[in-house]
Design a protein around this ligand. Structure first.
Ligand code: BTN
Length: 329
């Protein structure tokens, strides 16, 4: 397979900032690149929408950044050890989950754990239950790869883990937004969806080869561009806060939260994930209707177990464990 992502890694971004200028000689010494290479990168960055001030003596300074998710910009902000430390960035993809799967297969397990595939837009974004996920520019469309050793009963926890990490990140960065998690993985505010999560795994002879957690967050995209049937039920962070959001900041915080939860997962401290998830959930204690595909059941949601299953108590006091289903309105 030829990996069709453009090489959009710009090492000079490590040293360029809004606060300080840096000249060509310093850049070429630090990066061991020729001055011509530096000029080339500056030219390409301008084409991508970076506004740089250029002073003959002081050198380059960033005046304005475009809203794009270049890996070097994200890596500069990251405080993680492995989540997001390898990023494959694509201006456009069919689906980041599909690409992550394809690349994991091609690299036969050699893609480091925590690698993220990011696309500015997706033409065939995948949602749960075979639905399409509309992914215009401005959102965060990303997939993370994991190689869990012990997964047998805990695959659903990946979805809960990602949902709790997204909810916690939004809560930290935008405390004015009240976020809720609708079991298992929808992040809502005021009943409208701001994020969806799609977990997929690859198995071989009952062994899990890798798990891909796809996270789609409506950030700077407008819900007015969405098809009518989902427009009413979706919202973006920009629409809620009334201003454009720094997506680089958001994604780097999200990586930290995911790493915190995944460390707990690896240490079998599943309760940390469950408790965080419960903080944001809006189903426990409520009477709900769940579509299981083959039937619909009604009952009170009384909890989540260690596997991430929803526990329902029916009117006849029967206790049911639901691993996968859709909560109906
Ligand atoms: C849902 O139906 O709620 C799940 C939506 C998941 C969307 C994300 S966007 C990034 C990743 N790539 C995909 O194709 N889907 C997931």
């Amino acid at each position: 397979m030829e990996i069709n992502h453009k090489n959009l890694d710009f090492p000079i971004l490590y040293y360029l900032s809004e606060e300080h200028s840096i000249n060509k000689t310093e850049l070429s010494n630090k990066l061991l690149l020729t001055k011509t290479d530096i000029e080339k990168q500056v030219e390409q960055l301008s084409q991508l929408g970076y506004h740089l001030s250029i002073d003959a003596k002081k050198g380059y300074r960033i005046v304005k950044r475009p809203d794009i998710l270049l890996p070097f910009e994200i890596k500069k902000k990251l405080t993680t050890s492995y989540i997001g430390q390898t990023i494959y960035y694509f201006p456009e993809l069919s689906s980041t989950n599909t690409m992550a799967n394809q690349m994991a297969g091609e690299m036969s397990g050699k893609m480091p754990e925590g690698t993220i595939i990011i696309a500015e837009k997706q033409s065939g974004g995948k949602g749960r239950s075979g639905k399409k996920w509309i992914s215009p520019p401005g959102g965060i469309w990303s997939s993370i790869i994991f190689y869990p050793l012990d997964i047998s009963t805990h695959i659903s926890l990946f979805t809960l883990m990602a949902a709790a990490a997204v909810a916690r990140t939004i809560d930290k960065l935008f405390p004015q937004i009240r976020v809720h998690i609708k079991w298992p993985n929808d992040i809502l505010t005021g009943g409208r969806k701001i994020c969806g999560i799609l977990t997929e795994m690859s198995t071989e002879k009952k062994n899990v080869k890798w798990v891909i957690v796809g996270i789609g967050i409506n950030v700077n995209n407008d819900s007015s561009c969405l098809p009518e049937e989902i427009r009413e039920n979706s919202l973006s962070l920009k629409e809620i806060t009334g201003h454009p959001i720094n997506r680089i900041n958001l994604i780097s915080h999200l990586c930290s939260e995911i790493e915190r939860f995944y460390e707990a997962f690896k240490n079998k401290d599943y309760s940390l994930i469950i408790e965080e998830w419960k903080t944001y959930n809006n189903v426990i204690g409520k009477k709900i209707k769940v579509n299981l595909g083959e039937k619909i059941i009604i009952g009170e949601a009384i909890g989540i177990d260690e596997k991430g299953a929803l526990i329902l108590k029916t009117d006849t006091a029967e206790i049911i464990e639901i691993i996968s289903g859709i909560i109906l309105p």
